[in-house]
Design a protein around this ligand. Structure first.
Ligand SMILES: Nc1nc2c(c(=O)[nH]1)N[C@H]1C(S)=C(S)[C@@H](COP(=O)(O)O)O[C@H]1N2
Ligand SMILES: [Mo]
Length: 261
C-alpha cells in the first residue's frame, strides 16, 4: 500500500515520462536490465505492456503491471549456475501464442525441398544443410517457459538437436565470441558463445511433437530457456560463428543485447 501511495504522489508532481523513469530507477538492477533502452520511456512501456496512459490511474496501473511482471520474470530467469526450469506436459500453454514483428498472415513460407541452412564464419565445415540431414542428428526435447518482454509468458515443448552438438559437427571454433543468425523474414539476432554451448540451448525442428508449424518458425527455431523471447530466432536460414558483433532486429532498436542471464 505504501508503494502505491508513493507512486500516486509522484504522478501529481511530475510529468508522466519522468514518473516512469523514476519508477524504473527504483526497480531492482536485475529487473532494470530487462527494460533498458527505449523501454525506459513512457512510449516504450506502453508498447511493451499494451497499456495506454491517458490519466494518472492508468499510469499507475501500467507501473504496477510492469513491476509485477518483473517480479515474476526474476524467478523464471536463468541462474547461470543452474539449469532453467522445465515443466510437465500438463503445464503446456494451449494454444501457444504467436509473436513476430508482423502479423500471423505474413508468416514466411519456407519450401522444404529448396531449403538449405547456410553456415559461415569460424567453422571447418561450411557445407549447407538440407532438412533431412538435420533431422538425422541426435534429437532431444524440452518443455520450458518462453518469456516475451511484451508482457506474456507461455510454456511450450520444443524438440531438436542440442546446439553444442551441432556446433561440434560443423567444427565451430568455440573460442569465437558470437553466433549470429539470419532468418527467412529478415529478422536477425546473435548470442554469446557460453549461451550457445549451454546444455538447454536447442536447435529445434518440432513443436509439441509435430514438425514446427510455420507460425512458430518452420523449419527451425533456436530455443533458449535462458533468454528472452526476442533472442530466440525462428525461420533460421544462416548461422555464422565469429568475433564481429552483429546485434539483432530488436537489439538494434534498444532492447538489451544480452536479453537474459
Ligand atoms: N524470425 C523471427 N524470429 C523471431 C521473431 C520474429 O519476428 N522473427 N520474434 C521474436 C519474438 S519477440 C518472440 S516473443 C518469439 C515468438 O515466438 P512464437 O511465435 O513461437 O511464440 O519469436 C522471436 N523470434
Ligand atoms: Mo517477444
Amino acid at each position: 500500500m505504501k508503494k502505491r501511495n508513493a507512486i500516486s504522489g509522484r504522478i501529481q508532481l511530475l510529468d508522466k515520462d519522468a514518473i516512469v523513469k523514476d519508477a524504473f530507477k527504483a526497480m531492482p538492477a536485475s529487473a532494470r536490465r530487462l527494460f533498458l533502452g527505449r523501454a525506459a520511456t513512457l512510449g516504450g512501456l506502453s508498447m511493451l505492456t499494451g497499456c495506454t496512459v491517458v490519466d494518472e490511474e492508468s499510469a499507475e496501473k501500467l507501473l504496477m503491471k510492469v513491476s509485477r511482471f518483473n517480479d515474476k520474470v526474476q524467478g523464471w530467469l536463468f541462474d547461470p549456475n543452474k539449469l532453467a526450469p522445465t515443466y510437465p506436459e500438463s503445464m503446456i500453454t494451449r494454444p501457444f501464442p504467436f509473436n513476430a514483428f508482423y502479423g500471423e498472415d505474413e508468416v514466411p513460407e519456407v519450401d522444404t525441398a529448396d531449403y538449405k541452412l547456410a553456415i559461415g564464419g569460424m567453422v571447418s565445415d561450411k557445407h549447407a544443410w538440407a532438412l533431412d540431414e538435420l533431422y538425422k542428428l541426435p534429437q532431444t526435447s524440452q518443455i520450458t517457459r518462453h518469456i516475451c518482454v511484451e508482457g506474456w509468458s507461455a510454456v511450450g515443448k520444443w524438440g531438436g538437436v542440442t546446439f553444442s552438438t551441432f556446433l561440434k559437427r560443423i567444427g565451430a571454433d568455440m573460442s569465437a565470441k558470437y553466433v549470429s543468425f539470419k532468418c527467412a523474414d529478415d529478422y536477425y539476432t546473435s548470442i554469446d558463445m557460453p549461451t550457445a554451448l549451454h546444455p538447454q540451448t536447442l536447435l529445434t525442428f518440432t513443436y509439441d511433437g509435430q514438425t514446427l508449424p510455420a507460425k512458430y518458425g518452420f523449419p527451425m527455431k533456436l530455443r533458449m530457456p535462458t533468454k528472452l523471447g526476442y533472442k530466440n530466432p525462428k525461420h533460421i536460414t544462416e548461422i555464422v560463428v565469429g568475433n564481429a558483433y552483429t546485434g539483432g532486429y530488436w537489439e538494434d532498436q534498444g532492447y538489451n543485447w544480452f536479453g537474459g542471464s
